[in-house]
Write a protein that binds this ligand. Structure first.
Ligand SMILES: NC(=O)c1ccc[n+]([C@@H]2O[C@H](COP(=O)([O-])OP(=O)(O)OC[C@H]3O[C@@H](n4cnc5c(N)ncnc54)[C@H](O)[C@@H]3O)[C@@H](O)[C@H]2O)c1
Length: 330
């Protein structure tokens, strides 16, 4: 497909490609597409290791070509609102974050039955250096980084395997120091029976706390001292209500496409990421693309950061949870 694209007339060429294969089949098609000047929207985790991630970052930067990483949950409007609330200081300084993703579908040895999704996710050659951490811990990390704008600078990791004979972790608990001096837990599990896709985040600041769960993605809760809890619903947020400032950006308020009470969910989050990516691809075709700052969807540097995080967790876990510094930037 990539080779054939080169010989097509301009108006028939691919706009961009999606890479939705298992993790070990991300790097090669991504690199081929970028080298053929085709923008890429790639599933997470970006690839298998930081060697591959660095090569992708270099190629994307050299060509200044649109590249997105499919951290779906950033596309919920409530994630956009959370980011605005935290990064405009409405909760004060961030002291503590609990970012988690809890599932139960790998509580038994599903891979022994040949089930496709379980088989590659528990195979280090196909999944990478971490099972649970790479698969869903990277979503918890990205949610923390996107909403708070903070990075993990040092971490202590416990990567555990509850299901006997499984070569990768199915339970992942990371205690982290954040770039502002705050602390965080980034945690994930695939062995909590009954849990489905319980990704959520709690952010405790010096003035208040924010609570959000993707299984109820239309609402977020703000907890303030000596006040009743406030629940904000997508599409029903008013500027100047005593917490949300008058100058909240109009384009943020206007972003939801369907009125409040008609629920948006997982597919809408994906659609929002794709709308933003498509806008960048159009700019790029028009010669007006200046780069992706990560405010609308995860960029190539975010992809690299996810892989660097996993490698740092593996190092720490091998040292029985000893503190290990994260690489600062690429
Ligand atoms: N962003 C999200 O919310 C989200 C959700 C689920 C999965 N994912 C990611 O999406 C990717 C795929 O996961 P999945 O659960 O859909 O996997 P899956 O096993 O359901 O599907 C993978 C597909 O890739 C195909 N495939 C496998 N090897 C191939 C190869 N060498 N060449 C071409 N096709 C090949 C398989 O036939 C299958 O159709 C993974 O990287 C995963 O981490 C992301």
């Amino acid at each position: 497909m990539i080779n054939a694209n080169a010989t097509l007339p301009e108006d028939k060429k691919l706009d961009y490609i999606l890479i939705v294969t298992p993790n070990h089949v991300h790097f090669d098609p991504a690199m081929k597409a970028i080298k053929a000047n085709i923008p890429v929207f790639c599933e997470k985790p970006l690839c298998l290791n930081t060697k591959e991630a660095r090569a992708l970052v270099k190629e994307v930067r050299d060509r200044n070509i649109p590249f997105g990483v499919a951290h779906t949950y950033l596309g919920h409007w409530t994630s956009r609102l959370s980011r605005y609330i935290v990064q405009s200081g409405l909760l004060g300084e961030v002291r503590w974050v609990d970012s988690y993703y809890i599932q139960g579908w790998l509580a038994t040895k599903l891979e022994a039955t040949g089930q496709m999704q379980a088989t590659w996710r528990t195979n280090p050659q196909m999944a990478g250096g971490s099972g649970c951490g790479g698969d869903i811990g990277t979503h918890a990390l990205m949610q923390l980084r996107y909403v708070t704008g903070l990075n993990v600078v040092e971490l202590s990791a416990q990567m555990e395997t509850f299901v006997e004979g499984r070569p990768l972790d199915d339970h992942f608990t990371i205690y982290a120091k954040l770039s502002n001096g705050g602390k965080a837990l980034v945690r994930a599990s695939q062995v909590c029976i009954g849990y489905k896709n319980d990704l959520g985040i709690v952010i405790a600041g010096t003035k208040g706390t924010l609570r959000w769960r993707q299984e109820e993605p239309e609402q977020l809760t703000i907890l303030l001292p000596n006040q009743p809890d406030r629940t904000y619903w997508r599409g029903d947020v008013k500027a100047g209500d005593g917490f949300i400032p008058k100058d909240i950006p109009a384009d943020l308020l206007a972003e939801p496409t369907i009125p409040a009470g008609h629920p948006e969910a997982f597919h809408d989050a994906f659609a929002r990421l794709h709308r933003c990516f498509e806008a960048d691809v159009r700019k790029w075709h028009a010669g007006e693309y200046t780069g992706n700052d990560g405010s609308k969807y995860a960029n190539i540097e975010d992809g690299w950061m996810g892989i660097a995080f996993i490698e740092t967790c593996v190092k720490s876990s091998n040292k029985k949870g000893g503190w290990v510094k994260m690489p600062e930037k690429i």
